[in-house]
Design a protein around this ligand. Structure first.
Ligand SMILES: Nc1ncnc2c1ncn2[C@@H]1O[C@H](COP(=O)(O)OP(=O)(O)OP(=O)(O)O)[C@@H](O)[C@H]1O
Length: 855
């Protein structure tokens, strides 16, 4: 038999598997029958068969578990040529004795990479190159594959090669432990031989067997230099001479009986065209995108509200990103595996710390988690407190709005663009809840929530604080309170089913945390690093370095290296319609009598007439309530003062801010509403410039409601004060003296009466002391704190005006006036500090703004 026929038989034997799949090829073989060696007919049939045998059906070869026949070139004989294929894939490797500085070798290696990738299903083969001799140039023509995430940047230094081999060995170990269908092939292509140590490691991989799912293409082996080249396992050897390549026997499927290899010299295939490489890269990138797309539906359970939160809360966050990190980037391009990644609030991970620069997907991540939880647990199992400190819309979708009156039934309180005071109020509520739960556990004789009988078990509460660094900003008393509260809640919350999620762009450099960060964050074992959020991980853990938007590292060991899972999570913003549908579904299923969450919107300007407390005011209330705004607390409770008959029940509004007028107006209007017509009189004294109109408006409004009203000037004010100060006179009707710009009365009040030697201030102070007992109350706006102090007769008399609304007054001055050290107040637009000296009450409030249509 001629050499051609022998080689032909060898080739057929080698490709038996491929032939089985190729029905057409089998038929061609059967039809071939005996043909004379060298006949043109046989050569033609061989050529046809060669085309068909060029490889398996593209995209079907499971190269990780079975070697795939891959074409290397064409054998030439005197009778003609035929394609030569070698087995490559798990457990079958190739070595070339010349390195890629010989262009034929570089071309061959690139052709093999492209063919193997073409043969295998997308996402099942990843490629990493080693190219110390040409500094990676061998792989440059494959650049599109790099961009598609299939090819890792080539390792060119010893360190990079060693790191790559670390990853490859990890990959081999993981693959050996994985079921064959889950393995993916790592194709390691050494364009030239690495240094001896690394070469030995590479050689060892060729002995690791098919289960390691590694295929090595090693050029420049055996090394020509001194020293023994390490023996390779299961490797087809290719030797180059000037014109041809000589192919050794493939492992397990020898061409020859005596080990001499293929009897015909081979002309190696040239470079794949750029178009081929680009097309393949495009196709793989598309397939990767399809395969890695994680959708919002992936996060949802089969049944709504079917889970119990007894032992903890659990939700699916996304899918694990599969694959080895090869060098600086991930050759898998972050391909998502099938395995869902679950995160939990339980004994092991009671609290979470989330980091990520702005735009890294923090809001999306939080929405994914919140909807995932809300779909699994009913509101009797889970409640949410959501706090956002940045300008934005993070949690707006959970609260009723005009456009969408539904809300998330789990949400108890939602703060949007929150004030720090609101944050502290929420934390205080939580601490109160913690105390209630401690009592409950004690009564049942158990030490943690999970041990309570199901019918007595309160819901777990997850509190999310987005941009929490704002809460701790500065080093003022408020920041310290916040830190204290967080520390206590973090320490004790675990046992009581209270869980915290602190998210921020920066977790370092928070002054108020100095010396305590470790104690606090030590209670947050679950760390989530989004892009730019590596700060939540251990400084030695760089797992978050190469993250892209849509992926995160989840670490369950406080950020220490080795406990990382990279996860791809869906873009909740892109699935807004699905989210809304789910929210509506959950809303429709809310328990009977469910109430919407308490909402605090930092930017909102409340109006008296919209306030539910105003609506509930009616004549006959004793003592009457002077409403001035809303408290910055969880419930948004009314802010005001009860004007009873004890000395000092007067209201001073202090500060130059024009909103002082609105505060007085709200107080006067709300008081008027609590008196039947004719039972209280209102004396309006507009002294500050620009207040006449407001005073007149108010006077008209109250008169229309049947209340006796009068407008006074400064002189008349003094006369009335003298009258009202006379306690021997019969008590007048309930009287409210409403003074806009009390400080402007200095001239009128300061002068002493030549007959009695009394000044207006003497009368004023008498009214402040004794007025309330006679039904007389002063409501005054002072533009400066010093004037107020002087008017009441010095700070020793400050209790004579016990109700204070401080607008833009510096905290230091205010603290001095009140005799309070370390007052936590930062004056700003739209906020005021309410102080009731009798009730020892201090609260940040949002004063009502007037709209002129309270009538
Ligand atoms: N899983 C994802 N897949 C794809 N795109 C995403 C994903 N998560 C977020 N994005 C996109 O990234 C952008 C930023 O997301 P997001 O609003 O959550 O960022 P953020 O960290 O909250 O930003 P900021 O703090 O500035 O508000 C959005 O355009 C969003 O669509």
């Amino acid at each position: 038999m001629g050499r051609l026929a022998t080689a032909y038989r060898q080739a057929v034997a080698l490709h038996r598997e491929a032939l089985r799949r190729w029905e057409a090829a089998r038929r061609a073989l059967a039809a071939a029958g005996p043909a004379p060696v060298g006949s043109p007919e046989l050569v033609a049939r061989l050529a046809r068969l060669g085309d068909e045998l060029a490889g398996p059906v593209p995209g079907t070869a499971r190269a990780a578990s079975h070697p795939v026949p891959v074409r290397v070139g064409e054998a030439t004989t005197v009778d003609g040529g035929f394609p030569v294929l070698v087995p490559l894939g798990a457990g079958a490797h190739l070595a070339v004795d010349t390195d890629a500085r010989d262009t034929r070798v570089g071309e061959l290696l690139r052709a093999l990479v492209v063919r193997l990738l073409t043969a295998a299903p997308a996402g099942t083969v990843r490629v990493a190159g080693i190219d110390p001799a040409a500094f990676g140039a061998t792989f440059l023509p494959l650049r599109p594959l790099l961009d598609a995430g299939v090819l890792a940047p080539a390792a060119t230094t010893v360190a990079e090669t060693a790191a790559l081999l670390d990853a490859a060995e990890r990959h081999a170990r993981d693959a050996q432990g994985a079921p064959p269908e889950d393995r993916e092939l790592l194709l390691l292509v050494a364009a030239s031989a690495p240094p001896p140590r690394e070469l030995a490691r590479l050689a060892a991989l060729t002995h690791a067997g098919p289960a390691a799912a590694v295929c090595v293409l090693l050029a420049g082996h055996p090394a020509t230099g001194p020293g023994e080249a390490p023996p390779l396992g299961a490797t087809t050897q290719l030797r180059l001479n000037e014109r041809y390549a000589l192919l050794g026997d493939p492992p397990g499927r020898p061409f020859s009986a005596d080990g001499s290899g293929l009897a015909a010299p081979v002309v190696l295939d040239g470079d794949p065209s750029h178009a081929t490489v680009s097309a393949l890269a495009g196709q793989l990138a598309r397939a990767t995108r399809r395969a890695t797309a994680v959708t919002f539906a992936d996060l949802l359970p089969a049944r709504r509200w079917a889970e119990s939160s007894g032992a903890g809360l659990r939700t699916v966050l996304g899918r694990a990103v599969r694959g080895v990190r090869l060098g600086a980037s991930d050759a898998a391009g972050g391909a998502a595996g099938r395995e869902p990644v679950t995160v939990a609030f339980d004994d092991a991970t009671p609290h979470w710390l989330v980091g990520g620069r702005t735009g890294a997907g923090k809001t999306v991540f939080l929405l994914d988690v919140l909807y995932g939880l809300a779909a699994r647990y009913s509101p009797t199992e889970l409640q949410l407190l959501l706090l956002d400190f940045k300008e934005g819309v993070s949690f707006t979708e959970f609260v009723p709005t005009e456009r969408d009156p539904s809300w998330l039934p789990h949400a108890r309180a939602v703060g949007i663009e929150s004030d720090r005071e609101y944050g502290v109020a929420v934390l205080r509520e939580l601490r109160a809840e913690l105390a209630r739960r401690a009592d409950l556990l004690k009564r049942h004789g158990v030490s943690k929530l999970a041990d309570l009988p199901p019918n007595a078990r309160p819901p777990r509460i997850v509190t999310v604080v987005d941009e929490f660094h704002v809460l701790f900003a500065g080093n003022d008393p408020l920041a310290r309170q916040a830190v204290d509260l967080i520390e206590e809640l973090a320490r004790k919350g675990r046992s009581y089913g209270l869980h915290l999620v602190l998210a921020s762009q920066s977790t370092t450099g928070i002054e108020a945390l100095y010396g305590r960060a470790e104690a606090i964050f030590g209670q947050f074992p679950l760390r989530v690093a989004l892009p730019g959020g590596g700060g939540v991980l251990d400084p030695l853990n760089d797992a978050a370095k190469a993250l892209t938007v849509g992926t995160a590292v989840v670490n369950t060991a406080g950020g220490t290296a080795g406990a990382d899972t990279e996860v791809r999570f869906p873009d909740a913003h892109a699935a807004a319609a699905d989210l809304a549908a789910l929210r509506h579904e959950l809303f429709a299923a809310r328990p009977a009598g469910a109430r919407p969450p308490a909402v605090f919107r930092g930017y909102e300007t409340p109006r008296l007439t919209d306030d539910p407390t105003w609506a509930g005011l009616a004549p006959g209330a004793e003592p009457p309530l002077a409403l001035v705004g809303r408290t910055v607390d969880v419930a948004g409770s009314p802010a005001g003062f009860r004007l009873d008959d004890s000395p000092g029940r007067h209201l001073a509004v202090v500060g130059t801010a024009a909103s002082g007028v609105d505060v007085l107006r709200s107080a006067a209007l709300s008081l008027a509403r609590q008196h039947a017509p004719g039972t209280a009189r209102f004396l309006f004294v507009p002294l500050a410039p620009g207040t006449t109109e407001t005073a007149d408006d108010l006077a008209m409004t109250l008169a229309a409601a049947g209340h006796p009203v009068r407008r006074l000037d400064a002189a008349a004010l003094r006369a009335h004060l003298a009258e009202l100060a006379d306690v021997s006179a019969p008590a007048p009707a309930r009287t409210y003296l409403v003074v806009f710009g009390m400080d402007a009365a200095a001239g009128a009040l300061g002068a002493s009466d030549p007959a009695t030697f009394r000044s207006g201030y003497d009368d004023l102070r008498a009214v402040l002391r004794h007025g309330p007992a006679h039904g007389v109350h002063l409501l005054g706006w002072w533009r400066g704190l010093r004037r107020l102090t002087e008017d009441v007769g010095g700070s020793q008399n400050r209790d004579d005006v016990a109700c204070l609304v401080a607008l833009n007054v510096p905290a230091a001055d205010l603290g001095l006036h009140l005799g309070v050290h370390d007052l936590a107040y930062t004056p700003r637009d739209g906020r005021a500090l309410l102080v009731d000296r009798h009730e020892h009450r201090t609260a940040l409030v949002v004063p009502f703004v007037g709209d002129g249509d309270e009538s």
